[in-house]
Design a protein around this ligand. Structure first.
Ligand SMILES: [Fe+2]
Length: 167
């Protein structure tokens, strides 16, 4: 059929690499939460990048750019990991937001408050991802555990840099 390739959907496919289906399914859900949360955080960090004012303008403007660029890459890697373990990745913004532990920023805050919020969000991300590493290690999905372990360090470093700049 001429249209068959256009009509195919990212259905679940079999993955016989040593992690049971039910475990991969749970990991896919966990990764979807992390991807959704990362995406909301990505948007919030850009909001800070654009709206930051005051004496720390330049360093915060630059730092937030590094953070959202890193998140952009990480979101892609983690969403593609969902596919590699057999399941479908988020389809759009609503899907991201519904799966996010990070709440959207709907009002403009003072720079200090934006930075404080960002620190709390990075802390939330680190805790969420740490639970993800534990879940991945329990079922011996070493690749997912490895990918996520790296991310904990990135969020912890972001917290340190934001604190050091704000103080
Ligand atoms: Fe920019």
């Amino acid at each position: 059929m001429a249209h068959s390739s256009m009509q195919t959907v990212a259905k679940e496919f079999p993955v016989e690499t040593g992690v049971d289906r039910k475990d991969r399914r749970e990991l896919a859900k966990m990764l979807t939460q992390i991807v959704g949360s990362s995406h909301v955080l990505y948007a919030k960090i850009r909001g800070v990048h654009w709206n930051v004012v005051g004496p720390a303008f330049y360093s915060l403007h630059k730092m937030t750019e590094e953070q959202y660029e890193d998140l952009n890459t990480a979101i892609d890697d983690m969403a593609e990991r969902i596919r590699a373990i057999g399941f479908s990745a988020p389809t759009g913004l609503n899907d991201m937001m519904e799966n996010s532990v990070i709440s959207d920023q709907t009002e403009l805050l003072a720079t200090n408050d934006m930075v404080t919020d960002l620190i709390e969000d990075h802390e939330k991300m680190a805790r969420l991802i740490r639970d993800g590493v534990t879940a991945a290690e329990e079922v011996e999905d070493v690749k997912t555990a490895d990918l996520l372990t790296e991310r904990i360090g990135v969020h912890e470093e972001a917290i340190w840099m934001l604190r050091a700049t704000a103080s």
